[in-house]
Design a protein around this ligand. Structure first.
Ligand code: AMO
Length: 429
């Protein structure tokens, strides 16, 4: 059987009148008006009205369940319908796949389904135009990020996700049996991306990483998508600027390329003003103090503190120059104050979107920091060898794509912007 289509529905419009076409998609609606039978058929690009003519065709579709897949050969013609600018008069209708009812969710969205039911039937949920819009926007965001990074001279890489030892230290690693050995799922490409600056200078990776954290919040997943970069001959504020450009370009790209999706989601995406505000950790502590939250210099900023800061600074801003003791072993100290670090977080209100900084490139300093943090330098010798091969000074960051998507779409729960989210409770589908 021939499966070809001559057109996607989105390619057709009123000026296609008279054209012979073959389109295909799923039946969204079926209406009988007197002697006429109308189908609404959708593909991923759009929706069309089909006038079913011919006794055999009418008989075929009479009891056809909605969401079944059909192929229509017909001619584009004028329509009297107010919802469409054209319709297709069918000559031939082929039923390619029958949907079995009852369906687990109503993909048209007339009946509201809760998020769990929708995630359990995710593939079908994509026929809901709201859900589809989210993932079209995600696709565009990824395209824009890749374009900006490639234009800036970064090379895309893929690093292993099955690793033999903890990449960043810490306890939040998933472990697995790797034949007769112990292995882990990577929490970040941190060590690899740093090593790769030795040969590739500036690299980026967009991939899934894993955190064994039993966090039940709208912003934590056990598998999340991270955009990571690492660049030589750049200091921490240089890579912060790269991040700012990427984020602003993503917003502009969506603003210009996703009009329909914005309408469906009732959002109005605009390129944010740059440069984003840069607030030092010290300033943040002082601002919180004025709000009646007294923190010791060196205390970490907890969720409640970030929420307060988010009230003071809406939108994007960088929190820079964190105390060294709050930062991982690979972060570089500031030249004028060794207790402070060359580091930053990118915030959107209370939400942390990214963290990054300048890295230590002296292996002996890294060994000392590992020991200070209770980690065993001998576990990192494979990594540290690369630092003797002419390691350039370098900086980088990791950006949570799912969180960025949640800011873009104004949807709080990251589960909604991930196709098959993984959290402590959800392992299927
Ligand atoms: P960090 O651990 O801060 O830094 O992670 C970077 C960004 O990744 C996102 N993120 C998450 N998103 C959803 N669910 C999670 N469980 C989760 N964990 C992290 C956040 C966060 O800001 N190696 C460093 C980055 C670097 O310095 O290059 C790192 O992993 O948006």
């Amino acid at each position: 059987m021939d499966l070809k289509r001559t057109h996607n529905i989105g390619m057709l419009n009123a000026s296609s009148k008279g054209q012979k076409v073959i389109v295909g998609g799923w039946v969204e609606d079926l209406r009988e008006l007197g002697k006429l039978t109308f189908l609404t058929v959708r593909d991923v690009t759009g929706v069309a009205q089909i006038v079913v003519v011919g006794e055999d065709n009418i008989k075929q579709v009479k009891d056809l369940n909605r969401q079944s897949v059909i192929r229509i050969t017909g001619t584009v013609q004028d329509t009297k319908s107010r919802d469409f600018t054209f319709e297709i008069k069918s000559e031939k209708i082929e039923i390619l796949s029958r949907a079995v009812h009852p369906l687990p969710i109503d993909p048209i969205g007339r009946l509201e389904s809760n998020i769990d039911n929708r995630l359990n039937a995710r593939a079908l949920d994509l026929r809901n135009q709201r859900t589809l819009s989210i993932f079209k926007i995600r696709h565009h965001a990824l395209q824009s990020i890749r374009k900006t990074l490639v234009d800036l001279g970064f090379i895309e890489v893929n690093t292993p996700k099955i690793i033999g030892s903890a990449s960043e230290g810490g306890a939040n690693l998933f472990s697995l049996k790797y034949f007769d050995k112990q292995a882990y799922l990577a929490q970040s490409p941190q060590l690899y991306k740093e090593q790769l600056t030795v040969g590739l200078e500036r690299v980026f990776e967009i991939a899934s990483f894993y955190r064994a954290e039993k966090s039940h919040t709208v912003r934590h997943l056990t598998e999340f998508t991270s955009v990571d970069i690492e660049a030589d001959f750049m200091d921490y504020l240089d890579v912060a600027e790269v991040l700012e450009t990427i984020v602003a370009n993503v917003f502009e790209h969506i603003e210009k390329n996703c009009e329909t999706e914005q309408k469906i989601l009732e959002i109005d995406v605009k390129r944010p003003k740059t440069p984003f505000e840069r607030i030092t950790y010290k300033q943040a502590i002082e601002e919180l103090g004025r709000e009646g939250i007294s923190l010791e210099y060196g205390d970490d900023l907890l969720d409640s503190h970030l929420r307060k800061l988010g009230e003071i600074h809406s939108g994007f801003y960088f929190l820079i120059d964190w105390p060294m003791k709050l930062k991982p072993f690979y972060i570089h100290e500031k030249d004028d104050d060794p207790l402070l670090s060359k580091s930053f977080d990118l915030q959107y209100g209370y939400l942390e979107l990214s963290s990054g900084g300048r890295r230590l490139h002296d292996p002996n300093k890294i060994r000392a920091r590992l020991t200070e943090q209770g980690l065993d330098p001998s576990q990192f010798e494979d990594h540290l060898r690369a630092f003797d091969w002419g390691m350039p000074p370098h900086s980088g960051w990791g950006l949570g794509l799912d969180r960025l998507m949640s800011v873009l779409t104004r949807i709080d729960n990251v589960r909604e912007v991930v196709l098959y989210p993984r959290d402590p409770e959800r392992l299927f589908p």
